[in-house]
Design a protein around this ligand. Structure first.
Ligand code: AMP
Ligand code: ZN
Length: 135
């Protein structure tokens, strides 16, 4: 538990949340500023700053829990799809530094725009590929 972490406080029961699921390792609760109805956060009960600290042994259980929660939430709000997303680092929009995954129900008519795509040449793509492969 990290002393100054709001999600650790939620997990410890010191701060209330709208819990919708949990098991020994993970907790799922509704986001207080939802993007759509049913927007939920899935968090490991142990404190990890971001996905780079997330331990391999929790991987399988995490995805199984995400699938379980997706089924319940999508079924309840009758969503047409959902996004599973994780912000890692301030530049990516992370504001709570306790690793979490957003589960955002999507609806055919929700009119939410995806991120804009940038133009890139095949040459630039190839150069990027080389740089990443060599790193
Ligand atoms: P991120 O930008 O990925 O760090 O997202 C953090 C998310 O946590 C935001 O969508 C907030 O609305 C949400 N959030 C912050 N505090 C609480 C809270 N006490 N209960 C539920 N959701 C929260
Ligand atoms: Zn924490």
């Amino acid at each position: 538990m990290a002393d100054d972490c709001i999600f650790c406080k939620i997990i410890a029961g010191d701060i209330p949340c709208n819990k919708i699921g949990e098991n020994d390792d993970f907790l799922c609760f509704l986001d207080i500023k939802p993007i759509t109805d049913g927007h939920a956060l899935i968090v490991p009960k142990k404190h990890f700053k971001d996905v780079m600290e997330f331990p391999k042994e929790l991987d399988e259980g995490y995805f199984a829990f995400c699938q379980e929660m997706a089924k319940k939430i999508v079924g309840t709000v009758k969503a047409d799809g959902f996004n599973l997303g994780m912000n890692n680092g301030r530049a990516a929009g992370q504001i709570i530094f306790h690793q979490h995954t957003h589960l955002i129900p999507r609806f055919d008519d929700d009119k939410l725009e995806s991120w804009p795509h940038k133009e890139i040449t095949l040459e630039e793509l190839g150069e990027l590929q080389e740089r990443i492969l060599k790193s």
